[in-house]
Write a protein that binds this ligand. Structure first.
Ligand code: CUA
Length: 364
């Protein structure tokens, strides 16, 4: 505890603070803002699989993004605190007072040392951030594909994700299933990213940084998740009316579970005789021009592959749950479920629509 004149000064400042605007309003407001900020950062680190926070990475490239982001935040945060602190101090300490005599304050300029310092320090900071970022980009892009890697091709469409496993002969939509990777026997997933129309961006924050899907170009990204669970992503580049309804679900599964999923997806489509009427409606409607159901006349690629439609959790890229009711509403009037969607209304009468939904519901 300081004594004598120093202590008297601070006690005086404290008493003054309690009665001034600074002490009664400004200081509590700043404390509240800092507390709320800290709470927001802490909850962003919450590691339930439902969060999509970049502050909770569980995979190769996301770790690297997290490290660079933390370093950049620490450096810029320190600069902010120093600059903001000095500014706040000056504003309060040298504010206009009632007994101000209106004369100019002392003018201080022309210090070579100070000018050199505030030129050189920012340059050094920028160089450090550039080098760290360049090194991270180089490491992520230069990663070698190990023998056990899974290959996936992802094609962005307005407004859904086509997911193809060329080596496994599987095609699905809006859901990516990958095995969890064990550092002793790595099984990362290497993705080729393409677009059927406009620029989209693949972003699953806990697994990897953003990578754009660009027409007439193939980009590459990889993930190496070390935890199982469901990780949510989202198209991260404005791509038209329904950009916000272009959700992505990544299921990271234990190897045995992933293998079971692969086996189920490779099976031919169900051919339930009870749904023969609905299948006839499907095969004689324009559905077949855009959708594929393996083993039928439907071989279109403009819309999602429906061979195992009901194995997916959501319909219309996350805009609705995969239920008979939402299938019914979607086929009846796509524009009502997802305004602007490129699927046309087929104008089926009620019995035909019921039969069609009945058939689609068998495609497990
Ligand atoms: Cu696709 Cu935004």
């Amino acid at each position: 505890m300081p004594t004598g004149p120093v202590r008297a000064y601070w006690v005086g400042r404290w008493r003054e603070g309690r009665t001034s605007a600074w002490g009664s309003r400004v200081r509590p407001a700043i404390l509240l803002a800092v507390t709320l900020g800290a709470v927001a950062v802490a909850s962003a680190g919450d590691d339930t699989t439902r969060t999509s926070s970049v502050f909770a990475p569980v995979s190769g490239p996301a770790d690297a993004v997290y490290r660079v982001a933390t370093l950049a935040l620490a450096i810029t945060g320190a600069i902010f605190v120093v600059v903001g602190g000095l500014l706040a101090y000056s504003v309060v300490r040298f504010r206009r007072r009632p007994d101000d005599d209106g004369t100019e304050p002392a003018q201080v300029y022309g210090s070579e040392q100070v000018e050199l310092a505030w030129t050189v320090i920012p340059i050094l900071v920028v160089i450090v951030l550039c080098l760290v970022t360049a090194r991270t980009v180089y490491d992520v892009q230069g990663a070698q594909k190990p023998a056990g890697a899974i290959d996936v091709t992802i094609v962005g469409h307005q407004w859904w994700w086509e997911v193809r496993y060329p080596a496994l002969g599987i095609v699905t939509a809006n859901e990516l299933h990958v095995p969890v990777s064990d550092s002793a026997d790595p099984t990362p997933t290497f993705m080729a990213l393409e677009s059927a129309d406009v620029v989209h961006s693949f972003w699953v924050p806990r697994l990897a940084g953003k990578t754009d899907l660009i027409p007439n170009r193939t980009n590459h990204m990889w993930i190496e998740p070390r935890e199982t669970g469901l990780f949510l992503g989202q198209c991260a580049e404005y791509c038209g009316t329904q950009h916000a309804h272009m959700l992505l679900r990544v299921y990271v599964q234990p190897r045995a579970e992933f293998d079971r999923w692969v086996a189920a997806q490779r099976r031919p489509a169900a051919a339930d005789p009870a749904a023969a009427d609905g299948r006839r409606v499907f095969e004689t409607t324009a559905c077949v021009n855009c959708h594929t159901v393996r083993g039928t006349v439907a071989t279109g690629r403009f819309g999602p592959d429906l061979t195992h439609l009901m194995s997916r959790a959501t319909l219309v890229a996350g805009a609705a749950p995969m239920t008979r009711a939402s299938l019914h509403a979607w086929i009846d009037d796509p524009d009502r479920v997802k305004p602007g969607a490129l699927m046309p209304a087929m104008k089926l009468d009620a019995p035909a629509l019921d039969q069609l939904v009945g058939y689609l519901a068998t495609l497990e």
